[in-house]
Design a protein around this ligand. Sequence first.
Ligand SMILES: [Zn+2]
Length: 303
Amino acid sequence: MKPQLDELFARQAARWPLLAQGIEGLARAATRTMRVGWFDVLVRHIPHRVVSTTAAVDRESVLKRPCFLCAANLPPEEEGVQFDRDFTIYCNPFPIVERHVTIVHREHTAQSIAHRVGRMLELAAALPDCFVVYNGPECGASAPDHMHFQAGARALFPIGNDTERLLLGRSFRAVGAAEYGRNVFLFRGRDRSALADRMDRAIELLARATGRRPEPMINIAAYYESGEWTAYLFARSKHRPAVFYSGQLTVSPAAIDFCGILVVPLARDFESITADAIAAIFREVTLPGQQFQEIAGKLEREC
Ligand SMILES: [Zn+2]
């Protein structure tokens, strides 16, 4: 896939001004490395993300706007590369990281991970050097009505550096917020369908424990290296933190933020945000510890 994507980025940057602006905007993005406990969070000031960060994703607002992922509504300059019969890869004109793409379903069908974890892992294998991410419809997807994944260069993702320390050589580990500031299930494996089954099981247990159907509040990230997948399932209790609604900080964490790149569209937040504030935001939107530990216990007995 890499040569086709290189070619797509070159072609699209030349003929699609919005993408060219986005790439320039990312090149100007300022980044602060903040130490939160023993791990790093990169705070990135990216002004062009303000629309996504503050997007109204309630049912009524979504129904009112034309869907920006439907092929019929794309700007005339925008082209994609076919991934498989269902998904097309497009350059994201509002990048958070290098080579930021959106992988969009050909149909206007709701954002849902059911029966698609395997597909997500296939995407990760086809996009080496990238993190593939999924944001649940209530956890940061700015188009909850149109199925999509995102992917981007993984060189920068802090969670990649923390993973060996978190996994401790195992193929599954539940890492609680007390240890890593956010609750996350980590998976590693070489067998794609076995891995997808384990992740599906974790998603099912989360749905059962939280009573949220058809899908619990989750973000997922995955990458592929040397024949092996590593995947992160973040369990959530809340879409946005209180500081978002009070106007104190315009942040709205989703998969990329939980992977350690916290997107901050406003300059004043970039200056004022502290490690304590980041820790408090993660703590507030992650699933409460007791619920997480109960599911972790079940999964550990099964894995
Ligand atoms: Zn659509």
